[in-house]
Design a protein around this ligand. Structure first.
Ligand code: ADP
Ligand code: MG
Length: 236
């Protein structure tokens, strides 16, 4: 079945996907079939080097599969290229990187507004009060960053503050899917729990599907579903 024929409840679907970084590489990701339901919170587990980041890059079209189909919200993202792909990604995905990847230049509000530059629909969803910067400030305030708003740039923030900016940037304009690549790996246990609290709360409020990858099983109980990446791989 083509990935784009997903049942209405599926937001993300892999069908017969194969990917390797280089021809003949020992590492090869092969996923026969896999789906994530709209609104689901899913944790994908696997040891370091097992392909978790590669999986997320495929899901949001940062890389394209050499075979097979990946569908997001009923559209075949693996058929898109170039500017159309960048726009689609910006419209549909909130992305939280392991190191948060905040821009060193630009204000904290500018960092939150970044995904809206290429995403017209997402921008208009974030603009119901007229100005998306208002929505950025509202999200940042909700995440307890009011006092940091006057700071000019992201590098002056603590790690805990940076993580909250990253959550605000992923959630602004309510993208359908929030993907997070080991976002708690740089945090101590207390900060990890606080991070997950605010991520789950804000993702639920936005109605977003949450897909996180991690090698750390301690957060599994918080997710509706946990799968091992290895169990998704085609068995030969
Ligand atoms: P994980 O996130 O589970 O640690 P990755 O997806 O980063 O695993 O890596 C899976 C394999 O792909 C590893 O062998 C890694 O070296 C390789 N790899 C990851 N990213 C790249 C890249 N950008 N270019 C080439 N090889 C890569
Ligand atoms: Mg990784």
């Amino acid at each position: 079945m083509p990935a784009s024929d997903a049942a209405d409840g599926d937001i993300l679907r892999f069908a017969d996907v194969a990917f390797s970084w280089r021809q003949g590489d020992a590492f090869r990701l092969e996923i026969e079939g896999f789906a994530v339901q709209r609104g689901e919170s899913l944790l994908i587990m696997g040891p370091s080097g097992s392909g978790k980041s590669t999986f997320l890059s495929l899901a949001c079209g940062i890389v394209s599969p050499e075979r097979g189909e990946i569908a997001v919200a009923g559209a075949t993202i693996s058929d898109l290229r170039g500017a159309a792909l960048d726009r689609f990604r910006a419209e549909h995905f909130g992305i939280i990187f392991q190191m948060f990847n905040l821009l060193p230049y630009g204000s904290i509000v500018d960092n939150v507004l970044l995904p809206l530059i290429f995403a017209r629909e997402r921008r208009s969803r974030a603009s119901y009060d007229g100005d998306p910067a208002e929505e950025a400030r509202r999200l940042l305030a909700r995440l307890g960053l009011e006092s940091a708003l006057h700071r000019r740039s992201a590098p002056t923030l603590s790690v805990g503050q940076q993580q909250r900016v990253a959550v605000a940037r992923a959630l602004i304009g309510s993208p359908a899917v929030v993907i997070a690549d080991e976002p708690t790996s740089a945090l101590d246990r207390d900060h990890q729990q606080a991070f997950l609290d605010l991520l789950f709360e804000e993702a639920e409020r936005a109605g977003a599907t949450l897909v996180m990858v991690s090698h750390d099983a301690t957060m599994a109980p918080r997710f509706q579903r946990t799968v091992e990446l290895g169990s998704l791989m085609r068995q030969n």
